[in-house]
Write a protein that binds this ligand. Structure first.
Ligand code: SF4
Length: 424
């Protein structure tokens, strides 16, 4: 390839103390916890919070316009952030990659090419992935860091779940946000003194978290439309990507549900085991995956059990969610969000979130197959499914997206009966 980059700046161990690691924004709660974990380990880091049309403009300037929209946004956010910094010689960019067959595995090279074009070719880029895509990086989280990162993901998922259950029904505006922030700070403080990662401590924290949200003053007198959000992982979670979709739905008096990151983590791990079964792939990878699956599922169980003493219906076990896609989409379909996207739609409907927004980024073939492609089949199984696919791309207008969502909400409202009870 004539434009292949053979040499690129590396993030060396000696840079840990001098360079700030810039991280693209995505999940607010999880990111705040992960940012704190890295800082506690001696890294200087910053989750980028720059948004606005300049981000898209920068993305369009330096990335080909048929690139997946999430890549365009992430690269645009980096370059826009760099354009506004006084010192760009002491920064490192960090991106996460799944390492699968999807185009996300090429984001790293797209970003490096864009940096060269924008005049920032001297900035090192670090790829955070579980597939050994980059072996020469100075970013080497310790086992202690990894345990904290996983614990942060577990707490993040539980907080996101409880927060979304409560925020549309709170009597005193801001109560749910305040409680969520309090818990984020509490967990960060525990991590600081080496606590919060052992199973017993997690059990205690998560039970208390659920009880605290259970005690919030909520007005449960009227049922609201319950809306689930699925789609490509970045567009689903990043407010920059989905034009603040969760906030918009709450402003429209709807209850929102966004499936947690655990589903994606378990899906990615489980696929290695299934690959061995159907393609005869590496036994070693399958055995490591089995160990990881067990490791994650222990924590998943804590999360689910923590809601036992509350009014909240807990999230489902991954094994149950996985089985829901059977008969709709084969488990061998695993590019991007693959069969998980289908399974999450089925799960949401089963949990009463029959109104679903499928957030589709421009240029994303896997999501068109596993999202849009299965809608007809899902609707044939669940007649009440009210699913709408919303496209996110540089030219899509927010007004157009919101109008389509309002139409979906109007159908949802028509279906609510006066004597319907709120079930959280
Ligand atoms: S899942 Fe879709 S948007 Fe994400 S990298 Fe793959 S093709 Fe691109």
């Amino acid at each position: 390839m004539e434009d292949e980059i053979k040499e690129y700046p590396k993030f060396k161990q000696s840079m840990v103390k001098t360079h700030t690691i810039l991280i693209p924004s995505m999940l607010d709660i999880h990111m705040s916890l992960w940012e704190a974990v890295l800082k506690q380990s001696g890294y200087k880091c910053e989750v980028m919070r720059n948004q606005g049309p300049e981000v898209v403009e920068e993305g369009l300037k330096y990335v080909h316009n048929d690139t997946c929209y999430p890549a365009l946004l992430v690269i645009g956010q980096f370059i826009d952030n760099l354009n506004h910094r006084d010192d760009t010689h002491n920064v490192v960019l960090l991106i996460t990659q799944t390492g699968g067959g999807c185009r996300a595995s090429n984001y790293l090279h797209l970003l490096r090419k864009a940096l060269i074009k924008a005049g920032y070719g001297y900035i090192p880029v670090v790829s955070l992935n579980a597939s050994n895509l980059e072996k020469d990086s100075g970013f080497k989280p310790t086992l202690k860091d990894i345990l904290k990162i996983v614990a942060a993901m577990t707490y993040g998922d539980e907080l996101m779940y409880l927060y979304n259950k409560c925020r549309s029904y709170e009597v005193n505006k801001g109560d749910a946000t305040r409680l969520k922030d309090e818990w984020v700070n509490k967990i960060i403080k525990q991590f600081e003194v080496g606590k919060g990662t052992k199973l017993g401590q997690m059990k205690k924290n998560m039970r208390q978290m659920a009880l605290d949200f259970n005690n919030l003053n909520l007005d449960l007198s009227h049922k609201k439309p319950k809306v689930g959000i699925v789609g490509e992982i970045y567009i689903k979670y990043a407010s920059l990507g989905n034009n603040h979709l969760e906030d918009f739905l709450v402003s429209q008096d709807a209850e929102v549900m966004v499936p947690g990151v655990y589903g994606f983590a378990l899906y990615s791990v489980w696929n290695y085991i299934y690959d061995r079964e159907i393609y005869g792939r590496s036994l070693k990878s399958a055995l490591i995956a089995k160990f990881l699956l067990h490791f994650f599922q222990k924590r998943e169980k804590i999360m689910i059990n923590s809601m036992r003493e509350t009014k909240f219906t807990p999230m489902n076990y991954f094994d149950h969610t996985k089985d829901l896609s059977e008969g709709v989409l084969h488990h061998g379909t695993k590019m991007g969000e693959g069969w998980l996207l289908t399974a999450e739609m089925m799960e949401l409907i089963e949990e009463g979130y029959e109104n679903i927004i499928c957030a589709q980024p421009f240029g994303c073939l896997p999501n068109h197959i596993c999202g849009k492609g299965v809608m007809k089949k899902i609707k044939s199984i669940h007649k009440d499914a009210n699913i709408v696919a919303i496209d996110y791309d540089p030219s899509a207008t927010k007004v157009n997206q919101e109008n389509r969502i309002k139409l979906m909400l109007a159908i949802a409202r028509e279906r609510i009966k006066d004597d319907d009870k709120v079930e959280l």
